[in-house]
Design a protein around this ligand. Sequence first.
Ligand SMILES: *Cc1c(COP(=O)(O)O)cnc(C)c1O
Length: 384
Amino acid sequence: MKNLQIELDQHRAQHLYRRRRISEGPQQPEMVIDGRAVLNFCSNDYLGLANHEKVKQAFIAGVKKYGAGSGAAHLVNGHCRAHHALEEELAEFTGYPRALLFSTGYMANLGLAQALVGKGDSVLEDRLNHASLIDGGLLSGARFTRYAHNDVNQLEQKLAGARGEALVLSDGVFSMDGDLANLAAIAPLCRKHQAWLMVDDAHGFGVLGEHGKGCLEHFQLSQNEVPIYMATLGKALGTSGAFIAGSDALIETLIQKARPYIYTTATPPAIAEATRASLQVIQAQPEMRAQLNDNIAYFKRCAEHIAITLGDSQTAIQPIIIGEAERAVAISERLLEQGLLVTAIRPPTVPKGTARLRVTLSATHTRTQIEQLIEALSATVQVD
Ligand SMILES: *Cc1c(COP(=O)(O)O)cnc(C)c1O
């Protein structure tokens, strides 16, 4: 048996040790975390729906109607009217024939690859894909390759050499950099090579595009061009879970074959009711999205003003590349001393030497709060 403590100590010495902070209340810009009042710039709750009155009321009403838990897997008797209605509404909203709920985005990504491809097939992934896509590809047993970030030429070479069924997996919005997949080029390439394409739109669904439908709407791509669409419900939608949308045959295949779908308890139906309310708010209140975009533009303008270099991102995820993990952690800690919660992202989440501060913005941030962040960044990142 290896000595776990020695390994942990080494991990700590490399400034890679992670620990959890304890939050006392709902997700919102002003939070109390580890007993300290902080301004939160690290949440994925881009529209403030996690603590939205209508969403909370729908959750409570869902508990009253369905109770606390689903009691069983979807294929036993845990598939409730609420889950089913949400699936139909997600299909309608995204423009696909059908949608299937998963308990988490991680599980959706594990299930999809394993249901579609196996030994003798090929999985091709962007090097900066989310860990769940990487793990899903590896678990499938198909030949696994990665192409350089958004490198369409390299993807084409790899597609030309791919064996069996080919499945291309990409984040829509890259979760650590906030930039977008080059879907305008990737989608036609996949069609040309008759490869499946799945886009994981965890950070685009609800916020990108004129109606918040995500990266397809942003790029004006049709559902035929992206045959498999996946998004999570715990980010802009403010609740929990995920879904995959696609053809009827795809969804039936997942129901029959995706083990993370079959062998798990359905999420509480009340969560589906809350998510249905989120989806309604997203459609009824486009001004939330406008406010988010306003905040993103304001933050970028202010950052430019104090000469802080940001990544190439138009989204709510705004990375400030620092370099060494130790320095990123030190800056993040100094920001916290000033009451600002901005996470340092370190290897292995991002490549070595690109540790960063990852600022995320929400429609619920005020201009004053963004200015507070800018002031603190100016005092810490530049002086350091
Ligand atoms: C958050 C995230 C996931 C995982 O979704 P969960 O519902 O949190 O498990 C998957 N893919 C991407 C790109 C994500 O950002």
